[in-house]
Write a protein that binds this ligand. Structure first.
Ligand code: PEP
Length: 258
C-alpha cells in the first residue's frame, strides 16, 4: 500500500443533527491536532447525513480544516422530477469530495442492485467526486465460504463501464454484513483475503495502474483498539467506520493508528 494514501472515512448513518455535526467535527479537529495527526499520511473523511453537509462545509472552509467530507448516497438521476432525491451536482456544490454508494443498508433496505450502484458511482465521478463503492457478504455466504466470489461479483457489477483511469481513482469498501454494527470485527486475514481478491480482479479487468491505484477499505466494527492489525495488511488501504466515527476520540484514534 506504499503508494496509496490510507483513508479513514466515518459513516455517521442517520445520526446527529446539523448542530451536533458541527460539535463532532470541531472535536475531531481538536483531537487530531492534539495527536499531531499528519493528514498527508492518512486522509480523514466524515460522511454525515445530507442535512448536515452545509454546516460541515461552513466549518471546514471557515477553519481551513484538512478534514474532508462526503455524502452517504446520491441519486442515479441528474436532475428533475425526483421528489426527495439529492443529485451529484448538489453534493459537489456543497464541497463533498466523496459519496458512499451501495452501502449494505442501502442494498438491503432500498433494494439497490449492482446496476444502481454503478449508475450512482458514475454520477458521483461525473460531478468530480470520488465514489466509495461498498461490497460485502452476509453471514450465510461467509459460512458457505463463498465470500470472495460474492464480493468480486459485486465489484464487477458495481464498476461496470468505468475506464482504467477512473478505477485507479476509486475507493472500494469491503464491508462484511455480519461485521457491521455487531461488534464482530473480521480478522485481519479475513479482511486481507477479500481486499486482495478485489485488487486482483481489478488487475485482470482494468490493468496494473488501476489495481495499484484503487484504494480498498475494510469496514465492520473497526475501533481504535483493532485498527492497527487490520491496517497492517498489504491490501487494506483504510477503513470505513460506522459507530466508532460518532466519537471524536475514538475516530481520532483510528485515524492516528500509525
Ligand atoms: C458501516 O456502517 O459502514 C460500518 C462499518 O459500521 P460499524 O463500524 O458500526 O460496524
Amino acid at each position: 500500500a506504499a503508494t496509496r494514501t490510507p483513508l479513514m472515512a466515518g459513516n455517521w448513518k442517520m445520526n446527529l443533527n446539523h448542530q451536533e455535526a458541527v460539535v463532532l467535527v470541531q472535536k475531531l479537529a481538536w483531537t487530531l491536532s492534539d495527536k499531531k495527526h499528519d493528514f498527508a499520511k492518512v486522509e480523514v473523511v466524515v460522511v454525515p447525513p445530507f442535512t448536515d453537509l452545509r454546516s460541515v462545509q461552513t466549518l471546514v472552509d471557515g477553519d481551513r480544516l484538512s478534514i474532508r467530507y462526503g455524502a452517504q448516497d446520491v441519486s442515479v438521476h441528474e436532475s428533475g422530477a425526483y421528489t426527495g432525491e439529492i443529485s451529484a451536482g448538489m453534493l459537489a456544490k456543497l464541497g463533498c469530495s466523496y459519496v458512499v454508494v451501495g452501502h449494505s443498508e442501502r442494498r438491503e433496505h432500498h433494494d439497490e442492485s449492482d446496476e444502481t450502484v454503478s449508475a450512482k458511482a458514475h454520477r458521483a465521478l461525473d460531478a468530480g467526486m470520488t465514489p466509495i463503492v461498498c461490497v460485502g457478504e452476509g453471514l450465510e455466504i461467509r459460512q458457505a465460504g463463498e465470500q470472495v466470489a460474492h464480493c468480486v461479483a459485486q465489484v464487477a457489477g458495481s464498476l461496470a463501464g468505468f475506464s482504467a483511469e477512473q478505477v485507479a481513482g476509486l475507493v472500494v469498501a469491503y464491508e462484511p454484513v455480519w461485521a457491521i454494527g455487531t461488534g464482530e470485527v473480521a480478522t485481519p486475514d479475513d479482511a486481507q483475503e477479500v481486499c486482495a481478491a478485489v485488487r486482483a480482479h481489478v488487475r485482470e479487468t482494468h490493468g496494473d495502474a488501476a489495481a495499484d491505484g484503487v484504494r480498498v477499505l475494510y469496514g465492520g466494527s473497526v475501533k481504535a483498539a483493532n485498527v492497527a492489525g487490520i491496517m497492517a495488511e498489504t491490501d487494506v488501504d483504510g477503513c470505513l467506520v460506522g459507530g466508532a466515527s460518532l466519537q471524536a476520540d475514538e475516530f481520532g484514534g483510528i485515524c492516528r493508528f500509525y
